[in-house]
Design a protein around this ligand. Structure first.
Ligand code: PEP
Ligand code: MN
Length: 358
């Protein structure tokens, strides 16, 4: 059958499209090289002066039939995807990114491994209040076969008139109680100059939500070789969270656990909104283990168990909750800490959910 005129013309179009494709990708490769040069020079990726020059050249050289406006729109698209390409390039360069290191990072907390595939728990009071209190909690934590205990000695309270924590004295009490049961300690440090002294008491330094972008603190904990549990900021995007972890890793410390603890939204039914899908997103984007704090996200005792089930099902490496001998008289977070009986029921219900989906 003879080729129709339409077929001939379409053949020509196909050929040109193929050439355009090759040229566009050739252009993209140069764009990537430019991105690398800009990175070393710390030059901004977006350059409106350069874009204006390119637009002017299109206007000068355009012989039609496309209008200059139409061509400028097409080129605007090309510029935009090119910019994205440079952005992607920059992100893949992050030390915390999966692109940089495809295999999972396992955080080793003095022998307890987080991120090795076995889902773990960290339990303990909101705040260290007395030796009696942390000793009793440590006993319960041990009883359930959990190796990690938490407890705040430096408390970031909304009101300056609320209990601020016992400071280093509290850290010492927690350390002693933990040692009595061979438990590892996670506790928050808020001030960069306290980090060094805290190393004697804690096995994991917690950077709290309010300090996720305390860059001096991030750099300070990054200089240590202690594992760090980094909490997501109150209103931080996942991208900002990842960059905060990058601050720590850029100083040499790769022992980081990311902790989703809920973000502030318009929803009032829970204290914060647990962004449960941040877990698989963080695990996809980074090579770090991910924890879920079901206490500060929900702020509700009745939601601890369902939230913990969701966290384990979606792939969290670690679940954090709070336990207190008598939550009613707790100096902080009285509404959501579990008493020992509730802790028993919680563990009984959650244990069968561990490592079910992975
Ligand atoms: C905490 O874990 O004790 C705490 C204060 O949590 P966050 O920083 O997530 O509010
Ligand atoms: Mn608390």
């Amino acid at each position: 059958m003879p080729e129709s005129q339409l077929d001939v013309l379409r053949g020509k179009i196909d050929k040109i499209d193929e050439e355009l494709l090759i040229l566009l990708n050739k252009r993209a490769k140069i764009v990537e090289s430019i991105g690398k040069v800009k990175e070393t020079q710390s030059t901004k990726r977006y350059d409106p002066v350069r874009e204006r020059q390119l637009f002017d050249r299109i206007a000068q050289n355009n012989e039609g039939p496309f209008s200059t406006t139409a061509l400028q729109q097409i080129f605007k698209q090309i510029f935009q995807v090119s910019l994205e390409l440079q952005k992607d390039d920059n992100r893949s360069a992050l030390l915390v990114s999966r692109k940089k290191k495809p295999e999972d990072t396992i955080v080793n907390i003095s022998g307890i491994k987080v991120g090795d595939g076995k889902q773990q728990f960290v339990m303990g009071p909101c705040a260290v209040e007395s030796y009696e209190q942390v000793y009793q909690v440590a006993e319960q934590v041990k009883k359930h076969g959990i190796g990690l205990i938490r407890g705040g000695a430096f408390k970031p309270r909304t009101s300056p008139y609320d209990f601020q924590g016992l400071g280093f004295e509290g850290l010492e009490l927690l350390r002693n109680a933990a040692d009595a049961f061979d438990l590892k300690v996670i506790s928050e440090i808020m001030t960069p100059s306290d980090v060094e002294k805290a190393l004697d008491y804690v096995d994991v330094i917690q950077v709290g939500a309010r300090n996720m972008q305390n860059f001096d603190l991030l750099k300070e904990v990054g200089k240590t070789n202690k594992p760090v549990l980094l909490k997501r900021g109150l209103a931080a995007t996942i991208e900002e969270f990842i960059y905060a972890a990058e601050y720590i890793m850029s100083k040499g410390n790769d022992q980081i656990i990311l902790c989703e603890r809920g973000i502030r939204t318009y929803e009032k039914a829970t204290r914060n909104t647990l962004d449960i899908t941040s877990v698989p997103i963080l695990k996809k984007e980074t090579h770090l283990p991910v924890a879920v704090d079901v206490v500060h996200s929900t702020g509700r005792r009745d939601l601890l168990l369902p939230a913990a089930k969701a966290a384990l099902a979606i792939g969290a490496d670690l679940v954090m909750a709070e336990v207190h001998p008598d939550p009613a008289v707790a100096l902080s977070d009285s509404a959501q800490q579990m008493n020992f009986e509730q802790f028993d029921s919680f563990m009984k219900a959650i244990n069968p959910c561990v490592n079910v989906f992975n």
